[in-house]
Design a protein around this ligand. Structure first.
Ligand code: MN
Ligand code: MN
Length: 271
């Protein structure tokens, strides 16, 4: 599948094999391959829980992985690729990579969707101004997104590592944080206008998803996250699923969680 094959109304899947902006461990560059293997391994079918068969959906188009000309160019190349897809009237679900990919992905979406809202599931708020001198670090993408001035609301769910610097950044940018300690299954998430969804797999408890670089105990169950997504009342226009680290996975169980989320989020984007 090529970019030229993407048409209005399609959902493009794009792998982002990138992890050089990780602050602690490499590995998420391998995620797109592992997510596809899990999705197509034959142990499960391609029908979502709400009955949507993405395997039978001609609008579901996997573009394979984006290739980067260099590490330095990668952030710009992600934004260009995302803009190309969105400008064709299609939606984008990107898979894999560390969380630095969300900065350019969100920038591309703000240019097409005025009044964009962001829903961000993560153990971390990723609002650092910089990390070890790197402003494209996976610890910074939501600071970069908010600096565009084009994001209406950023709602972060599952946060359980908010330090003083990020608390100040959240106040500066007007970020709405639903900390993990305050989240309940009854928490409702409503958005007015277009919504971009970013899922960092470490929002899940490491017991459910050990294949991530940053183990942060006390997170959501897979069921909690799926139910939150299913009852989400919003105009979902794009999404990413990031931070799978196959080096830390156990018998591919986190890859399977990521594949399941790919299926459920795809159904939500196509529905
Ligand atoms: Mn993150
Ligand atoms: Mn995280």
């Amino acid at each position: 599948m090529k970019f030229q094959d993407i048409a209005k109304g399609d959902l493009a899947i794009l792998g982002l094999p990138l992890d050089h902006n990780s602050s602690y461990m490499m590995g998420p560059a391998l995620a797109p391959m592992r997510m596809r293997e899990a999705l197509h391994c034959g142990s499960a079918n391609l029908t979502s829980e709400n009955g949507y068969d993405i395997g039978a959906e001609p609008r579901w188009k996997d573009l394979g992985d984006l290739t980067f000309s260099s590490a330095e160019a990668s952030i710009g190349e992600i934004e260009a690729a995302a803009s190309d897809i969105i400008n064709r009237g299609a939606k984008l679900l990107s898979i894999g990579g560390d969380h630095s990919v969300s900065g350019p992905l969100i920038r591309a979406h703000t240019k097409v969707y005025p009044g964009l809202n962001i829903l961000h599931f993560d153990a971390h708020s990723d609002l650092y101004d910089e990390m070890e001198g790197n402003r494209d670090s996976h610890a910074c993408p939501f600071a970069r997104a908010m600096e565009t001035g084009q994001v209406k609301r950023l709602v972060q769910v599952g946060i359980r590592t908010l330090n003083q610097h990020q608390k100040e950044q959240a106040e500066r940018f007007g970020v709405e944080i639903i900390a993990m300690k305050d989240w309940t299954p009854d928490t409702t998430l409503n958005f007015d206008g277009p919504l971009y969804l970013s899922i960092d797999l470490d929002v899940l408890d490491p017991a459910f998803a050990p294949g991530v670089s940053h183990h942060e105990p006390g997170g959501m169950s897979v069921r909690d996250l799926l139910n939150s997504l299913h009852k989400l009342d919003a105009d979902l226009i794009g999404a990413d699923i990031v931070e799978l680290n196959p080096h830390r996975d156990l018998v591919g169980m986190t890859a399977m969680v990521a594949a399941k989320l790919t299926k459920e989020v795809s159904a939500k984007l196509l529905g």
